[in-house]
Design a protein around this ligand. Structure first.
Ligand code: DLL
Length: 422
């Protein structure tokens, strides 16, 4: 069985990848300047040509705010008849960000997803239970199209109904599942079984939110399967932008489809290769809605050593967190993932927690609420150990309260851990 989906492309020397990227970038820039948004940008900045990849840094950085300003159609580069699909993603404000795709864009996104699924060993003999929500969210449909492209049997079950999810894995001899880590944790927890045994299930594709190493290990202990981290975002066509291979040493970004930059989120300048910063992506092929230099707000770094799988497309480290989820208390930058790591150091999964941030007289307080088993509800020594460990992880002591399991809201989509109180 071939190891690669497209060997010559996946093993292209970096210099040739760069050459391709430049050609695609020129093409993409020409496409972009057809849109009202970029036409205006040219008027403002005077940049009307791309000659080298480095020229991209002369273009402005875009983010969700830019997309909202261009809402609903300021970034469309094709005529209305060519638009085949619209996805939206809702954010914290009322205006959603919109993704427009032509049929060709959908085919390319499906092909990119298929490449990732092939890389992790899925073939047409597999059955994938897709537990991501279908509809405007890209996690359901985009994975679905990629899997179908490989001839994989897809069960488009979406989220919800945990007992049926478990039943179907059993009844349909499901070999692979696609879920958020939070939802998979919820399903495992619902089953109330110490170790779930599904003889056919071998693969879990986990994405759409961060998963701590401890949580990953816990999932693996509960259901013995191989876990693959899958990264993406609506603005870049959804899942499959980058994916872990069987070497499990970071996630390959498909560099013939996406151009990546890592910048310092404060200075907005590139960081030296290998250093941590914010991932900025350019879609190199999309016709309907070209996006150049889109700020993902995700923190990662490029892994510089070659991958043992033989693919030359560079890898990024698992996403550490989002710059906009990061909050600052007493001058200390804190990511939700650090809090989760600290809690998991002494409280075993499954875990449900929320930090409420309250501002009083100009001072911010952290109120951490964690669901624990009944026997720990008034365990003061556990509370004290947790407080100490949090102090060492994040240098701040939050006010901690333990509540019974089931008290905090649990979503089937992305988990919201940080809530700012007014
Ligand atoms: O979450 C697309 C997706 C669906 C990716 C299914 C993977 C699997 P959005 O709703 O636009 O799109 O959210 C994108 O989610 O910027 C990250 O902050 C976060 N995210 C996505 N994948 C991962 C991951 C989809 N593997 C935002 N690890 C991104 C950590 C992730 N965070």
């Amino acid at each position: 069985m071939p190891h690669f989906y497209d060997e010559s492309l996946e093993t292209l020397p970096l210099s040739e990848i760069k050459e391709r990227q430049l050609n695609l970038l020129k093409q993409q820039f020409a496409r972009a300047i057809q849109t009202p948004f970029y036409a205006q940008m040219i008027r403002n900045t005077g940049i009307d040509e791309i000659k080298t990849i480095a020229d991209i840094t002369r273009l402005p950085l875009l983010d969700k705010e830019t997309l909202r300003k261009a809402y609903p159609d300021g970034l469309i580069a094709v005529s209305k008849e060519k638009i085949a699909r619209i996805h939206t993603s809702s954010g914290t404000t009322g205006i959603p960000t919109v993704l427009y795709l032509t049929q060709n864009d959908i085919n390319i996104a499906a092909d990119t997803m298929a490449r990732g699924l092939w890389m992790i060993g899925l073939r047409n003999s597999d059955t994938l239970q897709n537990m991501m929500s279908y509809g405007l969210f890209t996690g359901g449909l985009m994975m679905h199209y990629g899997a179908e492209k490989l001839g994989i049997t897809v069960l488009p079950i979406s989220t919800g109904n945990s007992m049926r999810q478990l039943q179907y894995i059993q009844d349909f001899n499901v070999t692979a599942i696609h879920a958020t880590p939070g939802y998979l944790e919820h399903i495992i927890n619902t089953s109330c079984i110490d170790q779930l045994r599904f003889p056919f299930l071998k693969t879990a594709i986990i994405g759409a939110e961060a998963m701590s190493p401890k949580m990953r290990q816990w999932i693996h202990e509960k259901i013995e399967l191989e876990i693959f981290d899958c990264y993406g975002l609506s603005e870049m066509n959804g899942p499959g932008v980058a994916m872990e291979c069987t070497a499990h040493q970071g996630l390959h970004i498909w560099e013939d489809r996406y151009l990546m930059e890592i910048i310092d989120p404060k200075t907005l300048q590139p960081v030296p290769e290998g250093e941590e910063g914010e991932l900025v992506l350019t879609d190199l092929t999309r016709e309907a809605m070209p996006l150049l230099r889109y700020r993902t707000h995700d923190i990662t770094r490029i892994l510089t050593h070659p991958c043992s799988c033989g693919r030359t497309h560079r890898r990024i480290a698992p996403i550490k967190g989002r710059t906009d989820d990061m909050f600052i208390i007493n001058g200390v930058n804190i990511f939700p993932s650090q809090i989760e790591e600290a809690i998991l150091a002494i409280i075993p999964p499954p875990l449900n927690w929320i930090v409420y941030i309250k501002e009083e007289n100009g001072l911010k307080k952290l109120l951490l609420t964690i669901e624990v088993e009944k026997r720990f509800l008034s365990d003061n020594s556990l509370l004290k150990s947790l407080s100490d460990i949090l102090q060492s992880f994040i240098t701040v002591k939050p006010y901690i309260s333990f509540v019974s399991v089931g008290t905090l809201p649990k979503t089937t989509g992305k988990t919201k851990h940080i809530i700012q109180l007014k």
